[in-house]
Design a protein around this ligand. Structure first.
Ligand code: PBE
Length: 267
C-alpha cells in the first residue's frame, strides 16, 4: 500500500514531558499554529520521554519528542530539531537564577554565591552525562566541583562562609536542572550552608520563591519559556540574572527520520 504518513507512523503522538514545563505550553501552541488537529501531545516526564526515545531509537522506529538543549540526549543519540518556520518556540534564551525577596538581606553570602553562579552548556553537559551514565546526581556534582576549582572560586569570590544556615533550593526533575541544582548545592554546602533540595513541579518551584518557602532556584528559562510564571509572580521574587546562555526548545526526532520541519507533520 501507500507509504504511511509521519502521523500514521507515530500514531499522531508527540511524546511530551511534565505538564508544568514551558515546553509543553509551547508545543500546545505549535499544534495550534501549524494546524496539527490530528496530533496529541502526551504528558509524562523528562525521564519517561528519554526512555521512549531510547526504546524507539534502538529499533530505528519513528518517534517525535519535545526536547531541549542543553540535554545529554543529543550526545547519546543522533537527533535533529524540526525546523520551526513560524517561530513558535522562539529564539535562543537563557537560564536565570531566581531568589526569594529578602534573601539578600538575610543570607548575603549565599546570595552572593547564587548571584555569581555562571557556567556554560558544555559544563552542564559534562555533569548531565555523568548522571546519565549512572552516577548519583550529588556524586556527579561533587566530582565536577572538585575538577573545576577555578570556576568555583569565581562563584564564591568575596563571599564569607555560612554558619550552617539552612537553605532550600527547589528544582524540577529535568536533566539540565538536576545537574545545575546539584552543582550549586554542592558549592553552597562546601561553603558552610545546610542545603535542602526540594524536587517539585515547575508551578510550585516558582510559587515557592514567591511565597518565601523556597530560597532560590537556578531553573528560570527566560524570557519565553517561563514567561507565564514570571507574570503570575511579578514583584514576588528577584531575578539574579543568567547562569547559562544559549538554550533551545523544540520538537526533536532521530536523524534517520525523513522529515525536516514541523510543517511536515501536516501531511
Ligand atoms: N525544560 C527544561 C523546561 C525548562 C528546563 C525546557 C524542559 C521547561 O520547558 O519549562
Amino acid at each position: 500500500g501507500a507509504p504511511a504518513s509521519v502521523g500514521e507512523s507515530v500514531n499522531y503522538k508527540i511524546v511530551g514531558i511534565d505538564p508544568g514545563a514551558g515546553l509543553m505550553k509551547a508545543t500546545t501552541k505549535a499544534i495550534d499554529t501549524y494546524g496539527l488537529e490530528k496530533w496529541n501531545l502526551v504528558e509524562g516526564s523528562g525521564a519517561a520521554m528519554t526512555a521512549a526515545l531510547k526504546k524507539a531509537y534502538d529499533k530505528k522506529e519513528p518517534i517525535i519528542v519535545t526536547g531541549w538543549t542543553p540535554h545529554w540526549m543529543f550526545s547519546k543519540f543522533d537527533l535533529k530539531y524540526l525546523e520551526d518556520p513560524k517561530g513558535v518556540y522562539g529564539e535562543a534564551e537563557n537560564i536565570h537564577t531566581i531568589a526569594r525577596n529578602g534573601l539578600k538581606e538575610e543570607h548575603p553570602n549565599a546570595y552572593k554565591i547564587l548571584d555569581q553562579f555562571h557556567w556554560t552548556s558544555e559544563d552542564m553537559g559534562t555533569v548531565m552525562s555523568m548522571i546519565e551514565d549512572g552516577a548519583a546526581p550529588d556524586k556527579a556534582a561533587a566530582k565536577w566541583v572538585e575538577e573545576h576549582d577555578d570556576l568555583v572560586k569565581k562563584w564564591t569570590n568575596g563571599a564569607g562562609k555560612g554558619n550552617g544556615e539552612k537553605l532550600t533550593i527547589a528544582y524540577v526533575a529535568w536533566a539540565s536542572e538536576i545537574a545545575s541544582t546539584n552543582v550549586i548545592a554542592k558549592v553552597l554546602k562546601d561553603m558552610g550552608f545546610d542545603v535542602t533540595l526540594r524536587q517539585v513541579e515547575a508551578g510550585p518551584m516558582w510559587a515557592g520563591v514567591a511565597d518565601g518557602s523556597v530560597d532560590a532556584h537556578v531553573a528560570g528559562w527566560l524570557p519565553i519559556t517561563h514567561a507565564d510564571y514570571v507574570s503570575k509572580f511579578k514583584g514576588k521574587f528577584e531575578d539574579l540574572g543568567t547562569n547559562l546562555e544559549g538554550t533551545k526548545l523544540g520538537l526533536v526526532v532521530p536523524k534517520y527520520m525523513d522529515i525536516t520541519s514541523i510543517e511536515d507533520l501536516k501531511e
